[in-house]
Design a binder for this molecule. Structure first.
Ligand code: HEC
Ligand code: HEC
Ligand code: HEC
Ligand code: HEC
Ligand code: HEC
Length: 419
């Protein structure tokens, strides 16, 4: 079902703030009783930018939320160089017919405007898209999520009603508000964080990204995704509105505060004259796989470094937590859209405790050694021509976020060595 509002009163534009416009808004509101917006047939579909107005339209009343969202990864979902380059690669794959697939989550209004696909693609290729990918209406017009399909599919209700988590939202002149429990539930997020939809060329049964999130301690103790990724604060929900519980919209994940709560990292050491051993325990506190295996190059690195005399690094070993996909030729591929199967999977499972044992030669003629264990998100990796394209496509070149390692946790210890 799809509601729409009167074409003569494009209400998102109607209220510009300031007394004059406020009065104008009241006039428009009075002239168009809210009940009259309901019940129009879905066939009289509005232009895309009327149904999914740009997030800028919400900014004037929701400045805090807008600024948080603007800093988030979700606001860049069709802007980054890695996305643009992998989208090109996906579109170029000859046996693929379902060219809208990537937009299903990176710009989900494609689900309502499938006939605009060439415009979506052009916007991405322009490097400076005017439309949002995951903007305010792309989330706040979601009325339901069908968990029976994989990935779960959202349904939008296009109209003047904005959905959210508030029971009694204050009235305002731009939109009606309606509370849906969905906005405090994991399934709202899972619709875009679950798995790639099957396409004409993809494999049949690849495992989901999150792992068994439904069976975790967090989920069963009433902590949905929002608890950690939209942490609660007390602030104004709309400019000038009374302060109340609000939800952070910067979606901390790989970047941001939530990282400090990702793992507990610990280790013990045992040194003999010839060999030493470090036993590392990594307890994931995350109720889903870490890292999440989309895009296909995602990996977390466990790095062991041993420093001997004069703090010189005498030993280094790295292990990866990642999902390695196999393509049609049976070769490893960092492009999950061409995956036919999983060759190897070392992701940290939800809330898993992992033990890593490292053995190495004991540093000689040093009174002690420094043991340093570090967990980081690795930078983008893959075929050289792909990395070159990402570098050329990024405004900051090699300084783009995609090329940065991000530290998750580190532990250091000085271990005395017997003569
Ligand atoms: C309409 C689809 C959609 C919905 C719904 C959605 N997300 Fe996302 N989310 C994305 C996309 C796409 C990205 C990646 C953006 C990029 O970097 O290109 C993303 C990125 C993120 C990130 C940042 C990831 C990182 O690497 O740091 C977090 C955290 C996140 N989402 C959490 C959530 C939570 C929590 C919810 C539910 C309240 C949610 N998302 C709902 C599509 C969605
Ligand atoms: C089911 C929803 C979904 C689909 C379909 C999807 N993505 Fe994503 N994508 C996400 C989410 C969610 C993230 C953030 C992942 C994270 O950080 O854990 C993301 C992150 C990315 C990233 C890394 C962040 C960035 O923007 O640089 C790239 C690149 C990317 N996706 C490319 C693609 C391409 C290309 C396709 C189509 C072949 C695609 N995605 C299809 C949901 C999706
Ligand atoms: C990825 C999906 C997503 C995006 C994008 C998003 N929101 Fe939200 N928003 C939510 C969810 C989920 C909640 C409820 C969170 C809760 O109650 O724990 C929420 C809550 C809110 C609230 C009430 C709580 C608060 O923090 O003030 C407002 C207002 C709001 N959003 C406005 C916006 C605006 C404006 C934008 C764009 C700048 C936006 N949202 C973008 C998912 C999203
Ligand atoms: C004319 C100002 C104005 C504009 C423009 C506006 N809002 Fe609001 N919005 C409000 C006010 C006021 C509230 C009530 C806040 C409260 O009750 O604390 C609200 C409430 C909300 C809520 C909470 C609803 C609920 O029931 O949980 C969401 C979500 C929201 N707005 C999203 C948006 C989005 C998305 C846009 C842009 C498409 C937008 N708003 C544009 C003023 C505005
Ligand atoms: C108990 C807190 C918690 C809950 C609940 C939670 N997460 Fe996370 N999530 C984390 C932590 C911690 C990280 C790791 C951040 C880091 O190490 O940088 C993370 C990372 C992420 C990332 C980005 C990192 C990556 O590896 O790509 C995304 C996207 C994400 N979570 C989505 C979700 C979704 C969707 C849900 C709900 C099904 C969810 N999270 C539930 C704590 C949580």
């Amino acid at each position: 079902m799809s509601k729409s509002y009167d074409a003569k009163t494009p209400r998102w534009e109607a209220i510009k703030g300031g007394t004059f416009f406020l009065l104008l808004g009241i006039f428009l509101l009075a002239a168009t009783p809210l009940s009259s917006v309901a019940g129009e047939s879905a066939s009289s579909k509005k232009p895309l930018e009327k149904s999914f107005p740009n997030s800028e339209k919400c900014k004037r009343c929701h400045l805090r939320v807008f600024e948080e969202w603007e800093a988030s990864a979700q606001s860049r979902s069709i802007v980054t160089a890695p996305f643009r380059v992998t989208l090109d690669q996906f579109l170029a794959s000859t046996d693929e017919k379902d060219h809208a697939m990537c937009f299903r989550c990176h710009a989900p209004h494609i689900l309502e405007y499938g006939d605009h696909l060439s415009r979506f693609i052009k916007e991405v290729q322009s490097k400076d898209p005017q439309m949002d990918g995951v903007g305010c209406p792309q989330c706040h017009l979601i009325q339901d999520v069908d968990m029976k399909s994989h990935p779960p599919i959202p349904t939008f209700q296009l109209g003047t009603t904005i959905f959210g988590g508030y029971d009694k939202a204050a009235q305002n002149l731009a939109h009606q508000s309606q509370k849906l429990d969905l906005y405090r539930e994991s399934k709202f997020c899972v619709t875009c964080h679950d798995s790639l939809p099957k396409t004409s060329s993809s494999a049949k049964d690849l495992p989901g990204w999150l792992g068994s999130w439904e069976k975790t301690k967090a989920e069963s103790s009433g902590k949905p995704c929002q608890t950690c990724h939209m942490p609660e604060a007390i602030d104004e929900s709309a400019n000038g509105e009374k302060v109340r519980k609000v939800a952070n919209h910067s979606f901390p994940g790989r970047f941001g505060k939530v990282r400090a709560e990702a793992v507990t990292l610990d280790f013990t050491t045992e040194a003999t004259a010839a060999t030493s051993q470090v036993q590392v325990s990594i307890q994931s506190l995350v109720p889903h796989n870490l890292p999440l295996p989309h895009p296909g190059w995602s990996r977390v690195v466990v790095d062991l470094s041993i420093f001997g005399k004069n703090l010189k690094r005498v030993y280094n070993e790295q292990r990866f937590y990642e999902r390695i996909f196999g393509n049609a030729e049976g070769k490893e591929s960092v492009f999950d859209f061409e995956a036919k199967n999983v060759l190897h999977d070392t992701l940290l499972k939800p809330e898993e405790m992992r033990i890593e044992v490292f053995t190495f030669p004991t540093p000689q003629d040093a009174p002690s050694m420094d043991v340093v264990v570090t967990l980081t998100y690795a930078p983008v990796h893959g075929p050289q021509d792909f990395l070159d394209k990402v570098e050329q496509g990024a405004a900051l070149g090699k300084k783009d976020k995609a090329f940065q390692s991000v530290q998750i946790a580190q532990k250091k210890m000085n271990v005395p060595l017997k003569k």
